[in-house]
Design a protein around this ligand. Structure first.
Ligand code: NCD
Ligand code: ZN
Length: 401
C-alpha cells in the first residue's frame, strides 16, 4: 500500500507520498501514482514504553486485546507491557507463557519487560528490557538494584523505608509517599549503571536523573491531574499525584527538553476496586487511549510545538529502546496515525475501549486519530476498527542509543 498526504518528515510538514513495502517505509517521494490519499496530518504512531495490560492474571481489569485496542484508538502503535502480571514475568517460562497468550490478541505491536533479578544476564538474550521495582506498589514488591550492560532498565523509584500504606485521601497519599522518597530512591542508583526513571513526579527527581546520566519519563496524570482534584481513589496512583504547581513545573521540564519522554503508565483497575475506601483501593489510572489525543489538542492550541510533541511521544521513546519505529523515514516501520485537527472532541469514558470503563479525563478536550496504520496495515479507518489482531512481538535492542 502506498499513501499520500501531508506528513512530518525530517523536521517539517511536507506534502508527499510514502512508498510502503513489507510493512516498512521504502521511500519518501513527491508523488506516487495510485497512492491512497490520507486526509489531515499524518504522523508516526506513538510509542508507549509503560503499560500494564494485566494479562495473565488480572484480566478482569484489562486484557491484551482490550489494552491494545485502546492503544490503537488512541494513536499508540507500539507498547511495552510491564511484568507485574500473575505469575510475574521473571524467567524464560513465564515470559514464553505470557507471549503465547498475548500475541494472538495484540492489535498493535508490543514488547514485554522482565522483572530485574539475578538471572538478568540470561534473560537479556531473549529481550533486554527490565523493570526494577525499588519499593512496593500494585502487584509488585521491592527488588534489589542491579546493573545490566546494554539493557533498558525502567525503574519504579520509591523505597519501602519511606512509604506509608494507609493513606486516606489524595492529599494524604502525596504525604504518605512523598517526593523525597522518589528522590532518595533515584540517588541510590547514582553510579550503579544506566537507568530509565519511570513516572517522575518531582522536578528534584529530574535534576538527579540529569546528574546521573539517566533518562526519564513523565506520565499524563502527573502533567494533567493533581492531588486537589475531586477524583478520590480514581486519582490514586504510585508515585502519587502532587500539587498543581508541580504538574505545571513538570510540563515546563517536558517542553524545555529536560524530561525525555511521555509514557502512559496505563494501569487500569475495576470500578468495584476503586469504589473501596481509599486505603484499600489499588493504585493505578487508565491512560493509553487518551494521552496522545490530549497532546494533539494541546499542540493545536499552541501549548507545545509539533516538533517537541513528536520527540516525546514518538521519536525519543523508540530510540531509547532501539526499535525502528517513531519516524516517517526510509527503513522505519510503516506505523502511521492521521488526525483532522479541527475535530476536537470531549473525552467520554463510554467512547473508550478500556475494559474498566472509566477515565479520570472525562470532559477533557482531545483530537483522536481517524486513521491508524501498523506496518502498512490499516487498523482504524474513519474512527472505526478496520482490522484486528495484527500486532506482533518486537524484540528491543536495549539501551544502545
Ligand atoms: C501500577 C499498577 O497498577 O500496575 N500502579 C500504579 O499506581 N502506577 C504499578 C506501578 O507502576 O507502580
Ligand atoms: Zn510504577
Amino acid at each position: 500500500m502506498n499513501l499520500e498526504g501531508k506528513f512530518y518528515y525530517k523536521g517539517e510538514v511536507i506534502e508527499g507520498a510514502i512508498e510502503i513495502e513489507d510493512g516498512k517505509i521504502k521511500r519518501i517521494k513527491k508523488s506516487l501514482s495510485g497512492a491512497k490519499r490520507i486526509k489531515g496530518l499524518i504522523l508516526p504512531g506513538a510509542i508507549d514504553l509503560h503499560v500494564h495490560f494485566r494479562e495473565p492474571g488480572y484480566e478482569e481489569k484489562e486484557d491484551f486485546y482490550t489494552g491494545t485496542l485502546s492503544a490503537a484508538f488512541g494513536g499508540v502503535t507500539f507498547v511495552m507491557d510491564m511484568p507485574n502480571t500473575a505469575p510475574p514475568v521473571k524467567d524464560i517460562a513465564s515470559f514464553q507463557d505470557k507471549l503465547r497468550r498475548v500475541a494472538p490478541k495484540a492489535n498493535v505491536d508490543f514488547s514485554l519487560y522482565f522483572m530485574l533479578g539475578e538471572n538478568a544476564e540470561i534473560l537479556k538474550g531473549i529481550n533486554p528490557a527490565f523493570k526494577l521495582y525499588m519499593g512496593e506498589t500494585t502487584n509488585a514488591e521491592g527488588g534489589e538494584i542491579r546493573s545490566v550492560e546494554n539493557a533498558f532498565i525502567s525503574v519504579h523509584a520509591e523505597l519501602n523505608e519511606c512509604i506509608r500504606k494507609d493513606s486516606k485521601d489524595l492529599k494524604d497519599h502525596d504525604v504518605a509517599r512523598p517526593e523525597s522518597c522518589e528522590v532518595r530512591a533515584v540517588r541510590k542508583l547514582l553510579g550503579r549503571g544506566k537507568y530509565h526513571i519511570a513516572h517522575v513526579s518531582s522536578i528534584d527527581t529530574v535534576d538527579i536523573c540529569k546528574a546521573g546520566g539517566f533518562t526519564c519519563e513523565v506520565t499524563p496524570h502527573h502533567l494533567f491531574l493533581h492531588r486537589d482534584m475531586p477524583i478520590g481513589t480514581y486519582g490514586k496512583v504510585n508515585p502519587p499525584l502532587r500539587a498543581k504547581w508541580m504538574a505545571e513545573k513538570l510540563w515546563e521540564e517536558l517542553v524545555n527538553g529536560r524530561i525525555d519522554i511521555v509514557a502512559s503508565d496505563h494501569a487500569p483497575h475495576t470500578i468495584e476496586e476503586k469504589e473501596q475506601e481509599f486505603s484499600a483501593a489499588p493504585a493505578g489510572i487508565p491512560e493509553v487511549e487518551t494521552y496522545v489525543p490530549i497532546f494533539m489538542y494541546l499542540m493545536k492550541i499552541g501549548k507545545i510545538s509539533l516538533h517537541r510533541a513528536m520527540e516525546i511521544l514518538m521519536q525519543r521513546p523508540a530510540e531509547l529502546v532501539g526499535v525502528k519505529k517513531g519516524k516517517i523515514e526510509e527503513g522505519y516501520d510503516a506505523d502511521l496515525i492521521a488526525f483532522n485537527l479541527s475535530d476536537i472532541r470531549k473525552i467520554r469514558a463510554k467512547d473508550l475501549h478500556y475494559k474498566c470503563g472509566w477515565t479520570p479525563y472525562e470532559g477533557f478536550n482531545a483530537i483522536f486519530p481517524h486513521t491508524v496504520i501498523v506496518r502498512g496495515e490499516t487498523i482504524v479507518d474513519n474512527y472505526e476498527l478496520a482490522n484486528e489482531r495484527t500486532g506482533k512481538f518486537v524484540r528491543v535492542l536495549g539501551n544502545k542509543f
